[in-house]
Design a protein around this ligand. Structure first.
Ligand code: PMP
Length: 463
């Protein structure tokens, strides 16, 4: 295709997109003015836009394409299953081989006390399912007053009304009119942003965990159904809890006998170098929610992994749990997920994150910690963040949060690289297949983009 033809197509696509497609989480006025970026192809760790630019994908689509793009095996698995049985529901006491095989496989790779799976198609749906199941569990146990779920500020659990309310993002709550009842939000374990002068990460982690216990006591433990948390807050800016936090949170959960929902929609399927972050942190959740990378994003699939204690409560009663989706356990999505997990096992991708990708990410980010714009770099497994600040010494932020992050993100993009800006925190979560070549390329682009951003905001930086 000639350049002229490509350019022409891009304009047409942008115009049609602006006319007919309303995008998620978007400032529609500004998108209409700028036009959308059109992505037309992906292969391995790269994507291509409609003007033929090759782009290194530092966000795995959206924390999703763990095995990378262009896997013919996944397409074949989908095609074969479509021809065999494209759809059948799993209501009314019916099942089918792909959902059985995937459920068995998931039970194998989750902790031993988790053996059952309930399916949906998105992370938001899986969290809605978890919320209903948690409340149903306590009703079955004769304690229906235990309905309050405690989560954290800046948590992201999805965009449906229930999952959005369980999340702790004020800009999501703002559009819920009003926020759904029965959720409380405690401080998130964000040492760089929330610690007091001289407070060690260790002491801060214990203080953040204590916020959970204080809230349980304020509500009355007899009214608390569960604690919900992402093992690493992803969309909130890759916030990694200090080492003291999770053991203390688990101790508090156990002490008050509440349920524990680990939202692993981002951290599931190898991101931290273990199948689930719950393994990485030694957590004992009663429910794990997953989505995204279960299929590496080749088809939508999500679900909740449920422990024996909750399943036993369901089995002890003969009334229905009135909840489900037409596409719960969709056969084609299940077949693709099974093949995706097979690829991850065959290529030892989870161990590769632990042995190679995670350390390489940490080494790469460490090279930027002395840059004048950078307040902190942090990573766990293949999830990393660079905090941009106006004053390195005092951690003072730039005015108008998000402005400098967008400047930096645009420099990344012009250099053929995608990292996401969460306000002024640049976050990275690439496909797990990144090798030395991709880390070297990312390092080069990050250095250049940080320098260009610094030049743009030089007047605002503390001397
Ligand atoms: N939970 C977490 C931790 C997430 O990061 C997300 C999406 N980024 C969701 C839930 C919601 O998933 P979905 O967009 O598939 O509804």
């Amino acid at each position: 295709m000639s350049n002229a033809k490509l350019k022409n197509s891009t304009t047409e696509w942008r115009d049609l997109d602006a006319l007919h497609h309303l995008h998620p989480f978007t400032d529609h006025k500004s998108l209409r003015a700028s036009g959308a970026r059109v992505i037309v192809k992906g292969d391995g760790p790269y994507i291509w836009d409609s003007e033929g630019h090759r782009i290194l994908d530092g966000m795995a689509g959206l924390w999703t394409t763990n095995v990378g793009y262009g896997r013919a095996e996944l397409a074949d698995a989908a095609r074969d299953q479509m021809l065999e049985l494209p759809f059948y529901n799993t209501f009314f006491k019916t099942t089918h081989p792909p959902v059985i095989a995937l459920s068995k496989k998931l039970a194998e790779i989750t902790p031993p006390h988790i053996n059952q799976v309930f399916y949906g198609s998105s992370g938001s749906e899986s969290n809605d399912t978890a919320i209903r199941l948690i409340r149903h569990y306590w009703a079955l146990k004769g304690q229906p007053q235990r309905h309050i779920i405690i989560s954290r500020k800046n948590a992201y659990h999805g965009s449906t009304i229930a999952a959005g309310s369980m999340g702790g993002m004020s800009h999501v709550h703002k559009h819920s009119y009003p926020v759904y009842d029965g959720f409380r939000h405690v401080m998130d374990p964000y040492w760089f942003g929330e610690s007091r002068d001289g407070e060690t990460p260790e002491a801060f982690g214990l203080r953040a965990a204590k916020a959970l216990e204080d809230e349980i006591l304020a509500i009355g433990p007899e009214n608390v159904a569960a604690f919900a948390g992402e093992p690493v807050q992803g969309a909130g800016g890759v916030k990694i809890a200090p080492d003291s936090y999770w053991p203390e949170v688990q101790r508090i959960i156990d002490k008050y006998g509440i349920l524990f929902l680990a939202d692993e929609v981002i951290t599931g399927f190898g991101r931290l170098g273990t199948w689930f972050a719950s393994d990485y942190y030694g957590l004992k959740p009663n429910i794990i929610t997953f989505a995204k990378a279960v299929t590496s994003g080749y088809l939508p699939l999500s679900g909740i992994l449920i422990d024996d204690k909750i399943v036993d409560a369901l089995m002890g009663h003969d009334d229905d749990f009135n909840h489900g989706y037409t596409f719960s356990g969709h056969p084609v999505a299940c077949a693709v997920a099974l093949k995706n997990i097979e690829i991850m096992e065959r290529e030892k991708l989870v161990a590769r994150v632990a042995d190679h990708g995670g350390p390489a990410m940490a080494r790469m980010l460490a090279k930027f910690k002395d840059h004048p714009l950078v307040g902190e770099v942090r990573s766990v497994g293949m999830m990393g963040a660079i905090e941009l600040v106006a004053d390195k010494r005092t951690r003072r932020r730039f005015d108008n949060p998000g402005r400098v992050g967008l400047i930096c993100r645009d420099h990344f993009f012009r250099e053929g690289f995608i990292m996401r800006a969460v306000f002024d925190t640049m976050v990275c979560a690439p496909p797990l297949i990144w090798g030395d070549e991709q880390f070297a390329e990312a390092e080069r682009v990050i250095r250049k983009a940080l320098d260009l951003t610094l030049a743009d905001v030089a007047g605002e930086i503390a001397a």
